[in-house]
Ligand binder design. Structure first.
Ligand SMILES: [Zn+2]
Length: 161
């Protein structure tokens, strides 16, 4: 008499044919993020359900100015919240980058090393550095960790031309 041996299905199927673990959760998260990106009045801080298509009503969007941040020398062309939500970096017309502390909306840092307008900036993933791109043909990486507490001059890590 032949004995039966239990063999899990996963051992009989090539790993290349298997669906990766947690794939459905990844796809559902992507769907939610895509719906948020397409929502032009998106403002809620709570997560939405996938039982219905997501859309925010225009009436939920803030329309009243509660504070003006006016420490940039000209038009603001770029602004970027730090990933931890604590800082807001602004730049644009003029060679100045202003970083606000969002706990009190006071200026935390003013970066003045560029010689022309600064149309773009971005935070590093860990918020320790800020990269600024200027019409002076330079991108600069600012190490904000070395100036805490805020004591200029800031350490300039890299010049790219
Ligand atoms: Zn929305």
């Amino acid at each position: 008499m032949q004995s039966l041996t239990f063999i899990p299905c996963s051992e009989s199927i090539s790993p290349s044919a298997m669906i990766p673990e947690h794939r459905l959760a990844v796809l559902l998260t992507q769907v939610k993020q895509n719906q948020i990106l397409k929502c032009i009045y998106h403002n809620p801080s709570t997560s939405h359900s996938l039982f219905a298509d997501h859309i925010c009503d225009r009436s939920q969007f803030p329309l009243q100015t509660i504070l003006e941040l006016n420490n940039n020398p000209g038009e603001v062309w770029s602004l970027e919240f730090s990933h931890n939500g604590r800082y807001l970096a602004t730049s644009g017309e003029g060679a100045v980058v202003v970083i606000y502390d969002l706990q009190n909306f006071q200026v935390r840092h003013t970066l003045r090393d560029h010689t022309d307008h600064v149309p773009f900036l971005v935070w590093s993933p860990d918020d320790s550095k800020l990269i600024t791109c200027s019409h002076d043909h330079k991108a600069k990486v600012w190490d904000l960790a070395v100036c805490d507490p805020c004591v200029p001059p800031f350490q300039l890590l890299t010049f790219l031309t």
